[in-house]
Design a protein around this ligand. Structure first.
Ligand SMILES: *[C@@H]1O[C@H](CO)[C@@H](O)[C@H](O)[C@H]1NC(C)=O
Ligand SMILES: *[C@@H]1O[C@H](CO)[C@@H](O)[C@H](O)[C@H]1NC(C)=O
Ligand SMILES: *[C@@H]1O[C@H](CO)[C@@H](O)[C@H](O)[C@H]1NC(C)=O
Ligand SMILES: *[C@@H]1O[C@H](CO)[C@@H](O)[C@H](O)[C@H]1NC(C)=O
Ligand SMILES: *[C@@H]1O[C@H](CO)[C@@H](O)[C@H](O)[C@H]1NC(C)=O
Ligand SMILES: *[C@@H]1O[C@H](CO)[C@@H](O)[C@H](O)[C@H]1NC(C)=O
Ligand SMILES: *[C@@H]1O[C@H](CO)[C@@H](O)[C@H](O)[C@H]1NC(C)=O
Length: 342
């Protein structure tokens, strides 16, 4: 009887102890410090670093909340809230850090006027009695908006036949962004872009793109647009190319139906040139003027009625600052009016 009784008492004691320690472990696991894993903000703005202590047991006392910044493996105190002693903000954060609503549960701080140097890992630690310290850490990223600029080359773009060397046309720069911007070009031009990223010592990145092209007549008046994407922002700037090229010559006026005795015919030398052609020079058949013709700038007027002597090859040479090019037309004369053409 006696033995039985003491045995059952022992059993009861054991089960109570097991229950107690189970309860204690469950309470430990529920005590966590909640932060946002990653927080980011632009230079000059304010960020809130949330930190809260969840599910404190009634018998657990918070003795202190401490914010630290982990730098180079060592920890530097930023701000301390001690329910008994009050709030203490440490240098160099004195003017920029405040506890929002310090309490046994809430250690949230606000960091104002963000600087690039604020980036890093921050630790929020709750010191408790008797269960010890609990902490969580967060990464603060400081963002920097870039300044963007596109600049066309100062040198004139000159197209020359046979030239294959690519010339710098424009430079697009997105300076001091963090993270870096993406720079692209939007154009129908067949040039090529080169990209360069320069990492500044303060962590910002400058992206430079240079656009090169073999200058050509086809490239004249084409649009070249630089597109910078930064986060959700998009910056564009564009320019219209001004390519100088030698005259491209065509001769108008001969319709294949210059019949004998036709009146008032003329040949007009037209050119596409940049800058426009400043002189036109006609080379006539056999070097002589057939009949009565008059040359005015780019036009040959045939005064009299058409005769066989006007037949031949007419060459027009047009010149501008870039060069001289020529065009030609073979004029033939028919005996009578060709029906169906006019
Ligand atoms: C950060 O944490 C606070 C409190 O825990 C929460 O209200 C907020 O939504 C969180 N913000 C983000 C961006 O996760
Ligand atoms: C980190 O450590 C290096 C070398 O130990 C030191 O030069 C540097 O100033 C430190 N950075 C900060 C932010 O303390
Ligand atoms: C925070 O930063 C550290 C080091 O910079 C990195 O190892 C860690 O993965 C980051 N954590 C998060 C949640 O981004
Ligand atoms: C970062 O460094 C670059 C290059 O030295 C500088 O131009 C820029 O102003 C700096 N940015 C900040 C926010 O200090
Ligand atoms: C005269 O010139 C026109 C146009 O170039 C051509 O079609 C035609 O065949 C030529 N006639 C003769 C007889 O050469
Ligand atoms: C001009 O040259 C053509 C052939 O080159 C010739 O047939 C014609 O007779 C010449 N005209 C004169 C006026 O010499
Ligand atoms: C032709 O040339 C004359 C003088 O050389 C000039 O006054 C006139 O404006 C020109 N006409 C055209 C249509 O270019």
């Amino acid at each position: 009887m006696t033995m039985n009784c003491s045995f059952s008492l022992f059993l009861r004691l054991r089960s109570t102890r097991i229950l107690m320690s189970f309860h204690f472990i469950a309470g430990l696991q529920a005590q966590t410090v909640l932060v946002n894993d990653t927080v980011s903000g632009f230079i000059g703005t304010d960020v809130v670093l949330h930190c809260s202590f969840t599910n404190p047991l009634p018998n657990v006392k918070i003795t202190q909340v401490t914010w630290q910044k982990a730098t180079n493996g060592s920890k530097q105190n930023v701000a301390i809230y001690n329910p008994a002693m009050g709030v203490s903000i440490l240098s160099p954060y004195k003017e920029r850090v405040t506890f929002r609503n310090p309490s046994f549960k809430d250690g949230t701080i606000q960091l104002s006027r963000l600087e690039l140097e604020d980036e890093g890992v921050y630790i929020c630690e709750f010191a408790t009695f008797p269960t010890g310290n609990r902490e969580s850490q967060l990464n603060l990223t400081v963002l920097a908006k870039p300044t963007n600029r596109m600049e066309g080359t100062k040198r004139p773009l000159i197209a020359k036949s046979g030239r294959t060397e690519k010339i710098l046309v424009a430079t697009c720069t997105s300076s001091n962004g963090k993270p870096p911007s993406t720079v692209t070009w939007d154009t129908k031009l067949k040039g090529e872009a080169e990209f360069q990223e320069i990492r500044n010592s303060n962590g910002t990145i400058t992206v430079i793109s240079r656009y090169r092209l073999v200058p050509s007549r086809e490239a004249h008046r084409q649009q070249l647009m630089c597109v910078v994407n930064y986060q959700l922002d998009r910056f564009t700037d564009s320019m219209t190319l001004n390519v100088q090229y030698e005259p491209e010559v065509t001769i108008e006026g001969f319709d294949g139906n210059w019949f004998l005795n036709r009146k008032d015919v003329k040949l007009i030398c037209k050119s596409d040139a940049n800058p426009p052609a400043h002189t036109y020079e006609w080379k006539l058949p056999n070097g002589t003027l057939p009949g009565s013709v008059e040359i005015q700038n780019n036009t040959i007027y045939f005064k009299g009625p058409v005769s066989y002597s006007v037949a031949g090859t007419y060459i027009c040479e047009a010149s501008n600052a870039i060069g001289t090019r020529s065009g030609l037309v073979e004029v033939n004369v028919t005996g009578r009016k060709t029906l169906g053409v006019l």
